[in-house]
Design a protein around this ligand. Structure first.
Ligand code: 3HC
Ligand code: NAI
Length: 714
């Protein structure tokens, strides 16, 4: 700090991450708590102490709060949630700021999120510079703005805009914040300190008064506010399936309209604490940290990524085209290879279709499309890949076809090019071993639609070099995907576990549950779709082909349900053929139950000699989840996944697992591993071959430990 830094007098102990110094008549208060200036206890103490100091020191005429580093303040310290609270509480700190008798100005750069924005809202004047991100993302953590945000925001910018920010959790940039009235001024440069000081001086020169957000008149038009609240309540009830905090946010805004400010704050506090204690908050916070933790695979620490400036994609089908779009969207050039001119034209058409869809929705201009496609080229000759830094293969799921492609890549690609396969199940070690440079071969398992789905399994074969794995993680960052490190096995993390719980669902279907009941139970758990709806969406033929391929190696003693095969034999592959497990009359996207499918199921039960029994939704879920968790434990036990949290992230980002439950392994901890194991042992009485408790699950139960303990120790 500069030499005029105010040393802390004994009566005003200043906590370390918040420093203050006098700049003329302005007390510059700097929050410096890396990495993101979260409002941990020391920061809260420091802010309160700085305000006390400003009030008691006559030399101070105004206070300017800024953040050091890349952000203003990213919010409450999420790591403190669930731990015993330490005073001062953030709402008290915000009230202290607002009550200050000298003008307090917040100068915002980078993130002013959650509690960070609430600190700014409690200040009397706000300025933002370009690149600022203002938002109230608490809803994404199962919370609501709990430091006055639900009371001050609607008073400042009106109920409708406040609800939209709080219910979406989205970030607003500096210009939008100005338009909304969230800030008073946007800096002309991005030097936040200079801008903030200039603003403070201008306010002092103009004798700007202390102006408190609690007194702002954004709710003066009561009718408009009530209408916005009613609309938000109806919309939230419809959209935020099973979520706890969104309706509470609406309730808080209602309180802002109906109650005096302090009463509203008390109401907000109560709701905030209820959210804080909910398992949804625990699940969502787990999801937040797990999503960041997966990015830190060991290879990203031990090796530097290879530069990636151009990418090749082999195959222009569903996946190849989607991958090409994902790469183009990241600003990289793409060369697509197909078998023949007709297939190449189809591949290019698949790519164009994505952009045409955006144009039709008004989200892209034809000029922008032309600019993107200028980076796209295609060829039927592998030599076009001679300069590619990375090639992703997405041809038919057939080991020999893939090996032939890799032989070509081995022939044409430059030394050091990364050679990736998008295979869903095949043995990548075998693909790698078939060429002269196995150290360059890695799995990049995208999910369909590849330009949209966030998950990217980075599959790490035995011989791959660490920098190739690091490159895969770097690519994921560029593509804005969430990478999860996986080992080689049949189906890697996600599809391997999926195969097991799908089988559990098939068993239940043959034993008496209808696919419609199973789908409904799974949806009510929080999934957007049930497993049979997913089959119909993806195409029943895909799973059918896999089952046929595996028929020869299937354990003859294992129970095999043939219902899906009977449906596929009729050419009923789901939405694309107008019927599958459901009927899709005239291209409908939502299916209706099909009595003929129910008849097929009844016939199969009879053929297998099964007297159908009824299932409660709760039993369906217990079996479905137990199968998922048990195989998840196996995947961790065999080190296919680094930790349980990698399984969680896989299911959150690739399989629609409800985020507020944190993922299957987090969910298992929530219900108790001993309960899950007891279920498995109970189910094993009927089918001991299928229900074999994972050794890891047994060990954890014996030790009284949780999956979470493995996340921490890894
Ligand atoms: N508390 C604690 N740690 C946090 C944090 C927070 N609020 N926000 C980020 N971090 C940590 C991350 O876990 C990460 O730690 P790591 O390096 O050990 O993995 C590190 O800070 C850097 O984070 P990112 O990798 O996400 O960095 P980016 O630069 O990509 O993004 C960000 C920065 C936009 C600030 C992003 O981290 C973010 O969105 N953070 C969460 C913001 C948020 O949700 N705030 C609301 C909190 S709830 C609240 O304020 C309640 C109040 O109303 C009472
Ligand atoms: P697809 O059948 O839609 O496309 C495959 C494409 O590869 C076709 O266009 C075909 O012409 C082309 N092709 C075949 N042999 C070729 C060769 N020798 N050289 C160049 N091109 C060739 O298949 P899809 O669904 O895109 O799958 C591709 C791969 O991605 C498979 O390995 C699959 O397992 C995997 N995958 C599929 C997912 C899905 O949901 N469809 C999800 C994740 C991975």
């Amino acid at each position: 700090m500069a030499s005029d830094t105010v040393s802390s007098p004994a009566s005003h102990p200043i906590a370390q991450p918040v420093s203050h110094e006098l700049r003329g008549k302005v007390l510059l208060v700097t929050v410096d708590n890396p990495p993101v200036n979260a409002l941990g206890v020391e920061v809260r103490r420091g802010l309160a102490a700085a305000i006390d100091y400003a009030e008691s020191n006559d030399a101070v005429q105004a206070v300017l709060i800024v953040g050091a580093g890349r952000n203003f303040i990213a919010g409450a310290d999420i790591r403190e949630f669930g731990k015993p609270p330490q005073p001062p509480a953030l709402p008290d700190v915000c009230n202290r700021i607002e009550a200050c008798r000298k003008p307090v100005i917040a100068a915002i750069h980078g993130a002013a999120l959650g509690g960070g924005l609430e600190v700014a809202l409690a200040s009397h004047y706000r300025l933002a510079v370009a690149g600022a991100k203002l938002g109230l993302p608490e809803v994404q953590l199962g919370l609501l703005p709990g430091a006055g945000g639900t009371q001050r925001t609607p008073r400042l910018i009106g109920a409708e805009a406040a609800l939209s920010l709080m219910l979406s959790g989205r970030h607003a940039g500096a210009e939008e914040a100005l338009k909304l009235g969230l800030v008073d001024r946007v800096g002309t440069s991005d030097d936040v300190l200079a801008e903030g000081l200039a603003y403070a001086q201008a306010l002092l020169a103009g004798h700007a008064p202390v102006r408190r957000t609690r007194d702002a008149q954004g709710l003066a038009n009561r009718e408009a506010a009530q209408a916005a609240i009613d609309a938000a309540r109806a919309d939230t009830a419809k959209k935020s399936r099973g979520l706890f905090s969104p309706l509470k946010i609406v309730d808080c805004v209602q309180a802002a309209l109906d109650e005096p400010f302090d009463e509203g704050l008390r109401f907000e506090r109560k709701q905030f604490l209820a959210c804080l204690e909910s398992p949804q908050r625990a699940g969502l916070v787990h999801a937040f940290f797990a999503g960041r933790e997966v990015q830190k695979a060991p290879e990203t620490r031990s090796a530097a990524p290879r530069p990636i400036e151009s990418v090749g994609v082999v195959g222009g089908g569903t996946m190849g085209a989607g991958i090409a779009v994902a790469v183009l969207d990241a600003g990289l050039p793409v060369t697509m290879i197909e078998r023949d001119d007709a297939s190449l034209a189809r591949g290019r058409a698949h790519v164009e279709k994505v952009y045409d869809g955006l144009i039709a929705k008004g989200r892209m201009t034809p000029e922008a499309k032309a600019k993107v496609l200028a980076r796209f080229s295609g060829s039927t000759a592998y030599d076009a890949l001679a300069n590619a830094d990375l090639v992703i293969e997405a041809v038919f799921e057939d080991l020999d076809v893939k090996k032939a492609v890799f032989a070509e890549l081995d022939r044409v690609c430059k030394p050091g090019a990364v050679l990736a396969t998008n295979t869903s199940y095949l043995d990548i070690d075998a693909i790698a071993a078939s060429i002269s440079r196995p150290q360059d071969v890695v799995g990049l398992h995208f999910f369909s639609p590849a330009n949209i789905m966030k998950l990217l399994e980075v599959v790490v074969p035995k011989q791959v070099s660490a920098d190739v794995v690091a490159t895969a993680f770097e690519l994921a960052k560029k593509l804005r995907k969430v990478p999860v490190r996986a080992g080689v096995c049949d189906g890697f993390i996600g599809n391997r576990i999926l195969a097991v719980y799908r089988t559990a669902a098939d068993h239940m279907m043959e034993d008496g549950a209808s696919p419609y009941q199973i789908d409904k139970a799974v949806r009510e758990f929080g999934y957007p779709m049930g497993p049979y709806q997913v089959v119909d969406l993806a195409g029943g033929d895909i799973g059918w082909a896999t089952r046929k391929r595996r028929a020869a190696t299937r354990d003859p003693k294992a129970r095999y349900v043939q219902i899906a095969d009977r449906i596929c034999e009729r050419g009923w592959f789901g939405q694309k053929t107008g019927r599958g497990f459901y009927l899709y009359p005239e291209g409908a996207r939502t299916g209706t139950p099909d009595p003929e499918v129910e008849a097929i199921i009844a016939a199969e039960r009879a053929r297998a000699g099964i007297a159908p029994r009824s299932f409660t939704d709760e039993e369906i879920l217990r079996r479905y989840m137990a199968a998922m968790i048990n195989e998840g434990a196996n995947v961790v036990h065999e080190k296919i996944a680094l930790r349980p949290l990698d399984v969680d992230v896989t299911f959150l980002y690739g399989y629609g697992f409800p985020r507020y439950r944190g993922g299957p392994m987090k969910y298992a901890d929530t219900v108790g591993l001993a309960n899950v194991l007891a279920d498995i042992r109970e189910f094993a009485k009927e089918d001991p071959l299928f229900w074999r408790p994972s050794p890891l699950l047994v060990e954890l139960v014996e030790r009284g430990a949780t999956f979470a303990s493995l996340n921490e120790s890894a």
